[in-house]
Design a protein around this ligand. Structure first.
Ligand SMILES: *Cc1c(COP(=O)(O)O)cnc(C)c1O
Length: 404
């Protein structure tokens, strides 16, 4: 039995009131909440061993360095990378994608092709458009269908001998669709293209194995999986990371500097210029420990129960339409009420203490596909309950009454 009430005790924020009502937090796809176990690590860091890493001979610096490098190993183990130097600690998914996109500037030439999907977050579109502008490479798009799934027959046709890179999210933040990334990776490799998977939405729900996936790059943000903001991971296969030039210049990333020539540090430091988010990195490791103590199988099973329960209850409301109806999806429900702007519903829900996201969810092409301005998105985590879903359903009914 999954003891959700015990788990909820780990999250101090869940007991706060919003507008006089108990908080119902259903904006987990934007950022997850932080358990006490991770908060404790952050407080401990600043209380006991705050120091710059990799530099000092003094005790605090060594302690901080050890903990930071242990965190890197936790990330490595969790995602099953072959080497810890294949884990670059970044400020998050956006930073990781920009790092790779910038590196490919020197590897692509005019007429090369890169492939994105119709289901992407702007973070996984814009850096590549910038790359294409710099290099003259051509951006192609895997289309989606009405259920919010990628059309794999069309993907097959997009791949050519000129395809150099494919970048797709593992799970769509706007619709919750789980994409067939195993197939995408295998097909891309057949034409010699590299694949980057945006795992920002998968990391809170499943435990990806980068070696089994045989993926070239995998990126996540800690704050989507119970960690702090401003820290995340770029996993890259050793060969690829060696091929990519450094992204930023500065301290930490060099071997030797003279005014004539600078040589770069080995992996992972080549990509970690400047003082990193040391506390954040250590807390990222603690978040991974926490999520594993809950258990990803338990999380997936329980969240599916919540998804099925909420889908059924919401669909019973007349005039409510769900966008993203793939059978293969996580606990994200994007919906609209007939003739009512999502923002107005979101505002009324907030008055009731219910936090949802409204708008385009940084995925405007998806909204354009459905020809809507945006949706109301309720995204559930393992610390949510069916009683909270009941409160959402009542809130949506109330909003419908007030707005129609
Ligand atoms: C949240 C998210 C991002 C961006 O993550 P940041 O932490 O803001 O860099 C990118 N892609 C997807 C699918 C996301 O859900």
């Amino acid at each position: 039995m999954f003891k959700v009430n015990d788990i909820r005790k780990d999250f101090p924020i869940l007991s706060r009131k919003v507008n006089g009502k108990s908080l119902v937090y259903f904006d987990n796809a934007a950022t997850s909440q932080t358990p006490q176990q991770v908060i404790d690590v952050i407080v401990d860091y600043y209380s006991n061993y705050n120091a710059n890493i990799h530099r000092g001979v003094h005790t605090l610096s060594q302690e901080a360095t050890d903990l930071y490098e242990q965190a890197r190993q936790k990330v490595q183990t969790h995602f099953n990378a072959k080497f810890s130097h294949e884990i670059i600690l970044t400020s998050g998914t956006t930073h990781s994608i920009n790092l790779v996109a910038n590196g490919f500037s020197s590897l692509l030439k005019k007429g090369d092709e890169v492939i994105v999907s119709a289901l992407e977050h702007h973070s996984n579109i814009v850096p590549w458009q910038m790359l294409c502008e710099r290099t003259g490479a051509i951006l192609k798009v895997i289309p989606m269908n009405q259920d919010g799934e990628l059309v794999m027959d069309d993907y097959d046709k997009l791949l050519t001998k000129n395809t150099k890179l494919v970048f797709v999210n593992h799970i769509s933040n706007a619709l919750g669709t789980i994409n067939p990334i195993e197939y995408i990776i295998e097909k891309a490799h057949k034409v010699g293209a590299a694949v980057l998977i945006d795992g920002a939405q998968s990391c809170p729900h499943i435990k990806p194995d980068v070696q089994k996936l045989d993926v070239d790059f995998y990126v996540v943000s800690a704050h989507k999986m119970c960690g702090p903001t401003g820290v995340g991971m770029l996993y890259g296969k050793e060969d690829w990371l060696n091929k990519l030039p450094p992204y930023q210049g500065g301290g930490e990333m060099i071997a030797e500097v003279t005014f004539e020539k600078t040589t770069y540090a080995n992996l992972p430091h080549k990509f970690e210029a400047g003082t990193p988010n040391i506390c954040g990195g250590i807390a990222f490791g603690a978040a991974i420990d926490y999520m594993n103590s809950v258990g990803f199988n338990n999380i997936a099973k329980y969240e599916h129960e919540l998804l099925d329960y909420a889908t059924e209850k919401l669909l019973a409301i007349e005039g409510l339409k769900i966008f993203g109806t793939s059978k293969n999806k996580t606990s994200v429900i994007s919906f609209n009420l007939n003739g009512i702007h999502p923002y107005d519903v979101g505002t009324i829900l907030d008055k009731l203490g219910i936090a949802v996201r409204t708008g385009h969810h940084c995925a405007q092409p998806i909204m354009d596909f459905y020809n809507i301005p945006g949706t109301i998105r309720a995204s559930f985590s393992f610390y949510n309950t069916k009683a909270e879903i009941d409160a959402l359903v009542e809130g949506v009914k109330k909003a419908k009454m007030m707005l129609s």
